[in-house]
Design a protein around this ligand. Sequence first.
Ligand SMILES: Cc1cc2nc3c(=O)[nH]c(=O)nc-3n(C[C@H](O)[C@H](O)[C@H](O)COP(=O)(O)OP(=O)(O)OC[C@H]3O[C@@H](n4cnc5c(N)ncnc54)[C@H](O)[C@@H]3O)c2cc1C
Length: 419
Amino acid sequence: MKITILGAGVIGVTTAYLLAERGHEVEVIERQPHAAGETSHANGGQLSFAHAEPWANPLVLKKVFGWMFKEDAPLVLKPSLDPHMFKWTVQFLLNCQKSRCDANSLNLLRLGLYSKKVTEKIRITSGVEFDNSRNGILHLYTSQKDLDHAAVQAEFQNKYSGGTRIMDPIGREECLTKEPTLRHSERNIVGGVFCSVDEGGDCGMFTENLAEIAAREFGVKFSYNTTVERIIEEKGRITSVVTDKGTLKSDIFVVAMGSYSYHLLKQVGIHVPVYPMKGYSITVPSGDFKPSLSITDNENKIVVTPLGKRLRAAGTAEFAGYNHDVNEKRVAPILRATKTWYPKADYSEATLEKWACLRPSTPDGLPIIGRSKIENLYINTGHGTLGWTQAGGSANLLADIIDGHKTEIAMSGLDAARI
Ligand SMILES: Cc1cc2nc3c(=O)[nH]c(=O)nc-3n(C[C@H](O)[C@H](O)[C@H](O)COP(=O)(O)OP(=O)(O)OC[C@H]3O[C@@H](n4cnc5c(N)ncnc54)[C@H](O)[C@@H]3O)c2cc1C
């Protein structure tokens, strides 16, 4: 059975790898010249399997209106007349209700912990290298109120993590012991939440290396520099996709085109609630300065992850349509905050890399995985802020669905049938 995957980001490539490992003939179509050419290229590097609080939560709801007209706010949600954006915003605000947020958190947690298991298996069986650090993630707080809220969320998640404590609220001194380089920090750390099961790693490196392994070990065909233009439906089946290089036929098609999945699926009457949430990152050489784990700055909503000899900081969420440009005003707060945590890293302009890309976000913060209403058309998209974390789990769930196997975790809240 031939399976064609549209998009070679971390989601498309991981799906291709797992399907090919099971013996399927797989081809991947990608408009960029290599895998991970868009959102999966330079993200925050956190494999935050345990941290499951969606962006749509009651605290954000309280802050979002104040942030609306501040250009350097962590989340910029501007009212828009674009019907797709308008509908998305209404659904996002509805998902900020506590009951919905709790249900979404639980589904994120289930997928996150499952993804840890699958990612670990892929790491071992493929030998893929990606500057992986496995020392946990430390969420840092400079406000007692926010720390108290995080402690409540941590206990909520511990309760549903299958008997293992995955999140530990800790005091200031313990934070400094976990990450001694924070002793140089200028910030007033009041405490943190330590997630021992979490990891760090370079998503772009993982995706590019895994694509090479999939091609070499299992014969996956990668057609780069090829743009998908149209998808053709006849009698309830997708018969082909039209690209700028010609028409392609396949038994099964999987849409994994990140934020651009919306436009393609719309052609066949499927309206996925996926909207681009723009984010930024900076990467600097770490030189002799070596933090050992990834941190999250709760106040500024940024993450800082050591990746081999580099330090990657990422954050901000902005609804700016499909624009990929680097807006210096949005990068500045990331750089400023990173310097306050790690003043001793090397921030020379000559080596500082700035990057922007679009998170394929859903209003509930959960991805859309599974078969669409069209028999041979499958979807794996909408991973928003957690696509690197969820790639392994999402890919294996989809592979099980395609193979007609029972999935290892329940699909409620994740299934494509919910849209
Ligand atoms: C600033 C930032 C920080 C982040 N930090 C983290 C983090 O720390 N941890 C985490 O888990 N997640 C993080 N994320 C989220 C994560 O990066 C994304 O969820 C993930 O990369 C999405 O992967 P994807 O494969 O769905 O999308 P993409 O990587 O965008 O892949 C989709 C692919 O489809 C291709 N494509 C699109 N349209 C077409 C077309 N018409 N024809 C052919 N090809 C097409 C694109 O070129 C692209 O390569 C972050 C995101 C951002 C922006």
